[in-house]
Design a protein around this ligand. Structure first.
Ligand code: NAD
Length: 455
């Protein structure tokens, strides 16, 4: 390994200890520079994202560049309030005195990010870390090399390099960074690697935020508006060629409306991507050959009755057609792991209760989608299932509300960020109690026995 990761972390710690990152002025300046970096270099970002994932310019602007700009603006608007100490009540027995919670930065935050939204998933946690006054070491994903190279080149041009560093590399670099002692690890990626990250962080008792994955279901009730439902599920599933952590992974649909939903979803695929989706500028490509082979394996593994649309794979161009499978058995390979590609299994269920049972039989997902016009159906799903977040009657949009914490639960993650939640995640809420030196009653000091006879 060519980089001395120990030295990189030590230099950020020196900057933190010198107090560089604490002033509100510094935090604001860094956030504005980060925003400027996104806006001034938007063409370079779009080119890199296209090179890595065949991402369309529109998708790059909405889901990566624009998303981060929106997040930074929101932080800048509220940061003055967030940093204010929070006064709390003092009980009579403790008066006179003043009690408050002070948000202090943690120190050095290590951010390890994945390849699927390689700009967004590094810059959004970085913005939260800077807002909270931390020094930061960023490790982008090696599987999105063009974006990783741009991050390594552009972040140092816009941010204070004493406090913020980018280290490129793969698992060995990430492992070496985790061997160093940092004050918080912010990891986004797979559940399997999340487990390793948590174990590595435990050696230093370093707290972690783990933004992981899983199989996020879309439940379609018989009361759903099927025309809208079909379009919104297809949009969420096939955006970024299905490589979205909160994408609907599979559909659990009431058998009564299954056929109509399937027809409408197939129509939506045609409407969105044309008769030859390989020629569509709006369909991304699979990140690498290994993932193409994995997706091909899921299709070859069977366990379903019909391919309603798609099914073809061109390994040379890393193209997997938007694919909808019907009659999928719960034990099909495609149901055995997070799909993370443009394949959508549809499972018919006799009732809403069965859909809820199917969700509860698996690990708690990162996202859950429920499509219904019947409010009781929505409430039943909300009350009887657990997931990182829920979006009712749409997909993905829960991420666009900056005041909603974004994170998983159970196997889909630990901790959350976006907006205030990100600031809180990367701050320590320090309790401060200020006492006056007057009065100073001697009753509180030993020896206590001397008061006994008088009490
Ligand atoms: P990944 O877990 O393979 O890699 C993520 C990062 O971890 C990369 O930077 C990688 O270099 C690093 N890494 C690899 N081996 C490591 C090790 N042994 N120790 C420490 N770090 C290591 O994930 P991926 O394939 O890049 O991303 C896909 C996964 O991420 C999916 O499961 C998806 O659901 C999940 N994801 C979750 C979110 C979220 O916000 N919750 C967002 C995007 C993706």
């Amino acid at each position: 390994m060519s980089v001395d990761v120990g030295a990189v972390v030590a230099a950020r710690r020196d900057a933190f200890r010198a107090g560089t990152t604490r002033p509100l002025r510094w935090r604001r300046e860094q956030l504005l520079n980060l925003q400027r970096m996104l806006e001034e270099q938007s063409e370079r970002w779009a080119r890199a994202l296209h090179a890595d994932l065949g991402k369309s310019e529109t998708e790059a602007h909405i889901t990566e560049i624009g998303f981060c700009v929106g997040e930074i603006r929101h932080i800048l608007k509220h940061l003055d309030d967030w940093v204010e100490p929070e006064r709390v009540k003092v009980p009579v027995s403790q008066k006179p005195g003043r009690a408050e919670i002070v948000n202090e930065p943690l120190g050095v935050v290590l951010i390890v990010s994945p390849w699927n939204y390689p700009l967004h998933l590094l810059v959004a946690p970085l913005a939260a870390a800077l807002a909270a006054g931390n020094a930061v070491v960023c490790k982008p994903s090696e599987l999105a090399p063009a974006t990783s190279a741009e991050l390594a080149s552009l972040l140092p041009q816009y941010l204070d390099t004493e406090a913020v560093a980018v280290v490129e590399g793969g698992p060995e670099v990430a492992t070496a960074l985790l061997d160093e002692r940092v004050d918080h690890v912010f990891f986004t990626g797979s559940t399997a690697i999340g487990r390793k990250v948590m174990a590595a962080a435990a050696r230093h008792l370093t707290p972690v935020t783990l933004e992981l994955g899983g199989k996020s279901p879309a439940i379609v009730d018989r009361s759903a508006r099927l025309d809208v439902t079909a379009k919104r599920i297809v949009l969420g599933r096939f955006m970024n060629a299905g490589q979205t952590c909160v994408a609907p992974d599979h559909v659990l649909v009431d058998e009564e409306v299954e056929s109509e939903l399937c027809e409408r979803m197939v129509a939506a695929v045609h409407d969105f991507f044309g008769d030859d989706p390989a020629a569509s500028a709006d369909l991304g490509r699979i990140v690498n050959d290994r993932h193409v082979a994995r997706l091909q394996g899921l299709l070859d593994g069977g366990g379903y009755e019909e391919v309603l649309v798609g099914g073809d794979v061109d390994a040379a161009s890393r193209y997997v057609a938007p694919t909808i499978l019907r009659g999928v058995r719960p034990d099909a390979p495609v149901m055995g792991e997070e799909i993370f590609g443009p394949i959508l299994p549809v499972l018919g269920v006799p009732s809403l209760d069965d859909a809820i049972d199917a969700v509860n039989a698996g690990e708690k997902p990162l996202a859950l989608y429920v499509f219904a016009e019947d409010d009781d159906a929505v409430e039943a799903v909300l009350e009887r299932t657990s997931s990182g977040g829920v979006c009712v009657n749409h997909t993905l949009l829960q991420l666009g509300v900056p005041d909603l914490p974004f994170g998983g639960v159970g196997e889909s993650g630990t901790g959350a960020y976006h907006g205030r939640a990100g600031f809180d995640a990367l701050s320590h809420r320090k309790s401060v109690f200020r006492k006056s030196t007057r009065p100073d009653p001697s009753i509180v000091y030993p020896p206590y026995g001397r008061w006994k006879s008088k009490v």
